[in-house]
Design a protein around this ligand. Structure first.
Ligand code: PLP
Length: 363
């Protein structure tokens, strides 16, 4: 396809403010973790409503760090939704533990507890609800299940900054919560991740693990085995600016979601709406089509619109040896789910182009 792209899938909202914010790093020549990182950390803890948090170079390593600090390792199994970005599962692999794929429900694509019941064994150590597409998983059900089976909860909140379960921030509910600041996430630092917890013991482990087995820099005595999970003050300066914009970013995404719901009513598709227990930050505006997603996307592409498919089911990924013949809801979602462009700087004219193209397709 060599059409001109008129409506890209996503553009990060970084501009003059972020550019200005990094100047202080250059002026002070402090570019590794320092004062900006400290400020960003405090701002995030306040926003999420948790006691402790540490940065990681990206969301994948945030999950890995969180799992390690929870004591997940070889011989353990972790329940991971079949419908998520691959990193939820590969972070488990990195620890030497085994991800066990469980299904998601069809309406909000969140972890399905009936499927968890079938998958849990005496090796299961943790469960990873992934708050997918800016909606919260049903944490009441997840906590009940985790309690009943003695499991630790690690929340993959990579797509859920700003999202609330009831009145609590996603990521603040389990033993550990993980965020990503990749370029296409709700707020971005280019690359970046954050691990939060309210547990002082886990926090202690996180600090040793991320800082070469010591609590403070400047000493060459290392009490434990640890690694380097630092970020830079340049990223943190950008992150602080992004966090200031979060409300605006969320309101813009929400506006486009409302517009899509209204304008696409009556077509043979269902725009996703959030569950009652969750607030909504349309990380992606998604819909389930009556017709094949690949055909919808091909039509949109002809009109210069970049739609994106849903996640390919993890149990079918060539990289995983675990194969299953069970029919997962995630198979259905991959076939019929579409992500529409909905980014803060999108224009009403671009919105109109997408809606017109979809109306033509479904006519
Ligand atoms: C983006 C993402 C990750 C990984 O984050 P990176 O910063 O890209 O490593 C993990 N889980 C989910 C659900 C994500 O969307």
């Amino acid at each position: 396809m060599n059409e001109v792209i008129k409506v890209p899938q996503f553009i990060p909202s970084i501009g003059v403010e972020e550019y200005a914010s990094i100047k202080t790093c250059f002026d002070t020549t402090w570019i590794t973790e320092g004062p900006q990182t400290q400020k960003f950390q405090e701002a995030l803890l306040e926003h999420i409503g948790v006691k402790y948090g540490v940065f990681a170079p990206n969301g994948t390593l945030a999950l890995y760090l969180g799992l390690c600090a929870m004591g997940v390792g070889p011989g353990d199994e972790v329940l991971v939704p079949d419908f998520t970005f691959i990193a939820s599962a590969t972070a488990v692999e990195m620890t030497g533990a085994t991800p066990i794929f469980v299904d998601v429900e069809l309406e909000h694509f969140q972890i399905d507890m009936d499927s968890c019941k079938k998958a849990v064994t005496n090796k299961t150590k943790a469960i990873m609800p992934v708050h997918i597409y800016g909606m919260s998983a049903d944490m009441t059900a997840v906590m009940e299940f985790a309690d009943a089976h003695g499991l630790l909860i690690i929340e993959d909140a990579a797509q859920a900054i700003g999202v609330k379960w009831k009145n609590r921030s996603c990521g603040s509910v389990g033993a550990v919560g993980c965020f990503s600041f990749f370029a296409d996430k709700t707020i971005t630092t280019g690359e970046g991740g954050f691990v939060v917890t309210n547990d002082a013991t886990i926090y202690d482990k996180l600090r040793y693990l991320r800082n070469q087995g010591r609590l403070h820099r400047g000493t060459f005595i290392h009490n434990r085995i640890g690694y380097n999970f630092r970020i830079t003050d340049i990223q943190a300066a950008i992150g602080l600016t992004q966090l200031d914009k979060l409300d605006w970013i969320c309101s813009r995404k929400y506006y486009f979601w409302e517009q899509y719901v209204e304008r696409l009513a009556g077509l043979d598709l269902k725009v996703t709406t959030p569950p009652a227990h969750s607030s909504y930050v349309p990380f992606r505006v998604t819909f389930i089509s009556d017709l094949l997603a690949c055909d919808v996307m091909a039509h949109l592409a002809q009109d210069g619109i970049e739609a994106r498919s849903f996640f390919y089911p993890l149990h079918k990924q060539p990289c995983f040896t675990c194969k299953s013949s069970e029919v997962f809801n995630s198979d259905h979602l991959y076939k019929y789910g579409v992500c529409l462009p909905a980014f803060p700087t999108m224009t009403d004219m671009q919105l109109e182009l997408v809606c017109t193209s979809l109306k033509e397709f479904y006519a």
